[in-house]
Design a protein. Structure first.
Length: 232
């Protein structure tokens, strides 16, 4: 199962590399904006915003007409968030960010797909974003579904969302423990971080430290985002 997922990761990365020239042409209209933040600065900004959110002390930054006008000519988001579609986990709100701050890719189960990887590559390669966060969350319906679906059928026959989570479910079952669902949620985040780190489009940047990929988990009640893969 694990091999299958890695094979999938290599496949989408290869396809992306092939498509890179075309994407570059499409995105040739370079997006202007403020100098890019370092990965450390970007992560600090996310954590600080999440602290405001937890305390009900949101500053609701960058939501005014002046900001819309500033952004009309281009964008330079400081972080990419790969997160679940769950209505309880909207990245801009839980990190207390406004327009132009976050480049968000959302789908149930927060897994890496080809289109998702291409989207993330656009932010990293063309918008100057130097931090990627994979964000899972407590009580994720996609992980719950995978916990039941991955048992009875081979991953190849499952919907893509479940098939992408099955390796984490397998690891969680082997690991054991009291809370299989919680373990699978965290392992799924870690799997997606590894897939991104090993992607040919990001691996050099990760190795030289100019790009950081972190994994995190959101707690529904406290509102806290906890870092589970620091990228260090
Ligand atoms: Zn979810």
């Amino acid at each position: 199962m694990r091999t299958m997922q890695l094979t999938f990761a290599v496949m989408i990365a290869t396809l992306l590399t092939c498509a890179k020239m075309q994407l570059s042409a499409v995105y040739a209209a370079a997006d202007a904006g403020a100098p890019a933040m370092t990965p450390t600065q970007a992560l600090a900004q996310l954590i600080e915003g999440n602290r405001r959110f937890q305390r009900d002390a949101n500053s609701h930054p960058h939501l005014h007409a002046k900001r819309r006008s500033e952004l009309a000519g281009g964008q330079s988001p400081f972080a990419v968030i790969l997160s679940c579609s769950d209505s309880r986990v909207p990245p801009e709100l839980i990190f207390d960010q406004g327009l132009g701050g976050l480049f968000v890719v959302r789908l149930a189960g927060n897994t890496v797909t080809r289109a998702g990887l291409e989207s993330i590559d656009y932010a990293v390669g063309h918008l100057g974003t130097n931090l990627i966060m994979v964000l899972g969350h407590e009580s994720c319906g996609a992980v719950k579904g995978a916990l039941s679906e991955c048992v009875s059928k081979p991953a190849a026959g499952l919907p893509e969302i479940f098939a992408n989570i099955c390796p984490a479910v397998d690891q969680a079952r082997r690991k054991g423990g009291d809370n299989l669902e919680s373990s699978a949620i965290d392992l799924n985040v870690t799997d997606q971080v590894k897939i991104l780190e090993r992607s040919p489009v990001f691996e050099k940047r990760v190795a030289d430290g100019s790009l950081k990929i972190v994994g995190a988990r959101y707690n529904l009640e406290s509102g806290k985002v906890e870092i589970i893969n620091s990228g260090d």
